[in-house]
Write a new protein. Sequence first.
Length: 465
Amino acid sequence: MIDWQDRVMDRIRGRRFLITHSIIRDIMGSTVVALELAEHLLASGADVTVYASHVAAPMADEFAARGLPVLDEVSAKSLSLDDFDVIWVHSQVLPASLIDDLNSQDARHRANLPIFVFLHMSALDFAADEHPYMAGLEDRLAGISLFVSAEARRTLTPFLDPETPTALFPNPVPDGFSAAIPRDRDSPERILVVSNHPPAEVLTAATLLTERGHEVEVFGQGQTNYRLLTAELITEFDVVITIGKTVQYALVAGVPVFVYDHFGGFGYLDQANLAAAADRNFSGRGGERLAARTIAERVLTGYAAARDFQSANRPAFRSAYALGPVLDQVLREAGTDRPALAWPPAFGLATRSAQRFAARFYQFWGERDQARAEIHVLSQELATQRDRSARLEAELSSARARETDLIADGHRLAVEVEALRESWSYRIGNQMVRPFSMIRGTFTPRPREVEESQDPELGFRADAG
């Protein structure tokens, strides 16, 4: 076992961790970070508890499958500060019982509080829940405040006290990705697109690449494949088209990555664009917009150079983005001394009120999104039924048209038959064949007479001469 693994195990084994989150439901950035962190801590010998304001499938099922059921507001009522050594906070969410603990006289003067780690996963304005929106909370509690990228730290630290210790937590990935063995191909035979919001040009590029004989799979919300990525899965492909955390998966696993999504992107990473792409968490922002045909061409023509760049830099990517060493650094820095907790009663009351509002907001946010997802599924089912109904209506209309045609044909034939019967030639012909019909009737014995005239054994009349 290498040195950093010994060190990080010493900082984790036997310690009690609480991981908090706003909404644990979708397979997306911050929820995946929470899951991988919890799984890593559990495997390293820690006792792990997970809490979220809103909890639902599919991600809640992923936690439960790993022996980590997620607590909600009701089931977390008995939690206390005394239950934990480290509290890892997403979106500044804390269970109400911990705020009540902090507001108590004993907690206010307690010298041995848990270590608080606050993580901010986005600097974007629409992701306001990732910002330090409760003024003073983080300044008072944080052993360290973490940011997913340098851009996020630049954007969000003005909302914190300058004395608050900060560090980067650049979407590190499970250590198993470091040991992954990538495919060795001269061209990208198998291509993976990973996105919860793929733009039209990426989907069109995927179609173009498929038409050229390359195998392309699309993973993400709303796609056929919507599941967590593993080292085994990502190394089944020669290149990944994606942004965000999946970039770090690919870099550590040794798979060439083409950075592009709904923000645009940089294409294949190289020495010239790596720093700029990493500065914004490989989101694609700061890159360029590309046409679908250009994306497809660059994926193919730039592959060899991207593969060589990836191979040459993989050791550095492992050091920068593997969870074990990154977490070791965080826990070491977060464990340093900090000033005594200043927690005035008025601030405690304001924080309790703000946390209550935030909890309700996240609950309704989660329920709204869940309802939207259900509406989407029902809308698709309704559209399918409408299509089926339209097909049946068309078939019924066609059958009715055929029925009308057959009735018309029947009327036409009846008229023709009647006209034929009334015709002069029909009447003459009928009169000409009538004598023959009468003769045939005279000389043709009736069935009963034939039966009586035959000998049962000889088969003919007994008196025939």
